[in-house]
Design a protein around this ligand. Structure first.
Ligand code: HEC
Length: 158
């Protein structure tokens, strides 16, 4: 996120304001700032619909932060572990085997750390628009849910 600063002559400069939502290699996402609101005290609230968090920035905090400012966001909001439904997970396992998902996901594209990136809901909806060349299977809602339970159950055991 950047902040824009106007000077008397009307020139606008841009400064980094809040960062840390992407890892340095830009591969890992830890947050997605969405909406911003300001209260009468000048505090700023920013919602993050990826981390499920609200950040509170109070006036002066940028100046207090030691150089280099601005603040680096570290998101420590712990994710709730998913509640696995064992029947759904069993159905998901059968789907995984029937569709030979392991054909790609055993070695070439290992599925890992899904629980860091997805909830049961977002993982189920991944199958609506998977990253090519992953095929679109036209699963029913129940099948998508079953796969999500199965895949996240694998990680819950680790
Ligand atoms: C033809 C190979 C192929 C098959 C078959 C396949 N996938 Fe994929 N899958 C991929 C590729 C490629 C990606 C994208 C990986 C990436 O974005 O880094 C992917 C991504 C995914 C992801 C998201 C991974 C992530 O880290 O975000 C999930 C979940 C997934 N596949 C599940 C499945 C399931 C379940 C099946 C079987 C029903 C399946 N895949 C079958 C190739 C395949």
């Amino acid at each position: 996120m950047v902040s824009l600063h106007w000077d008397e002559s009307g020139d606008i400069t841009q400064r980094d304001f809040l960062w840390g939502f992407l890892s340095d290699d830009r591969k890992e996402v830890s947050g997605r700032p969405v909406a911003i609101a300001e209260d009468s005290q000048g505090s700023i609230y920013i919602t993050d619909d990826y981390a499920g968090a609200i950040y509170h920035l109070s006036p002066g905090s940028m100046l207090k932060a030691s150089a280099p400012y601005p603040l680096k966001v570290t998101n420590n909001t712990p994710r709730k572990p998913p509640t696995i439904d064992s029947d759904a997970a069993r159905e998901g396992k059968a789907l995984y085997q029937d569709h030979d998902c392991a054909h790609c996901h055993q070695q070439q594209v290992p599925l890992k750390e899904l629980s860091k990136k997805y909830t049961l809901e977002t993982l189920a909806s991944y199958f609506d628009a998977p990253t090519p060349p992953m095929p679109r299977y036209n699963f029913t809602d129940q099948q998508k849910k079953a796969l999500a339970h199965y895949l996240l159950s694998l990680e819950a055991l680790r």
